[in-house]
Write a protein that binds this ligand. Structure first.
Ligand code: FES
Length: 114
């Protein structure tokens, strides 16, 4: 883990999209969605700003350590039933904290969002 300018930790997160692999150094104080938006990861639109009503922050968690993430809430689970290309490894990135992610964790942006 790197040390961030704000004094908080920073973790490397990797997104797979049409542009290939995009590695970002994300501040642990924010959500995965906020970090992806701040770094311009394509396909993470997050139209509702994290209110769990749009599904446009949807990602697939590719990492073997996905089981260490907090389980989705009932509301997140319900929302994930309505996204295009539902997938067992799908999560709403607005509901994932960078601090809960493994350093180097990998996410795929679903084709429908690219
Ligand atoms: S930003 Fe809308 S559901 Fe995550």
């Amino acid at each position: 883990m790197l040390e961030g300018a704000s004094g908080g930790g920073v973790k490397r997160l990797i997104f797979l999209s049409d542009d290939g692999e995009i590695a970002i150094d994300a501040d642990e104080s924010v959500s995965v969605m906020q970090a992806a938006k701040a770094h311009g990861v394509p396909g993470i639109d997050a139209d509702c700003g994290g209110s769990m009503v749009c599904g446009t922050c949807h990602v697939y968690v590719l990492d073997d350590l996905r089981g260490t993430l907090p389980a989705p809430s009932d509301m997140e689970r319900e929302m994930l039933e309505y996204v295009p290309d539902p997938h067992p490894e799908a999560r709403l990135s607005c509901q994932l904290r960078v601090s809960d992610c493994a350093d180097g964790m990998r996410f795929e942006v679903p084709h429908a969002q690219r």
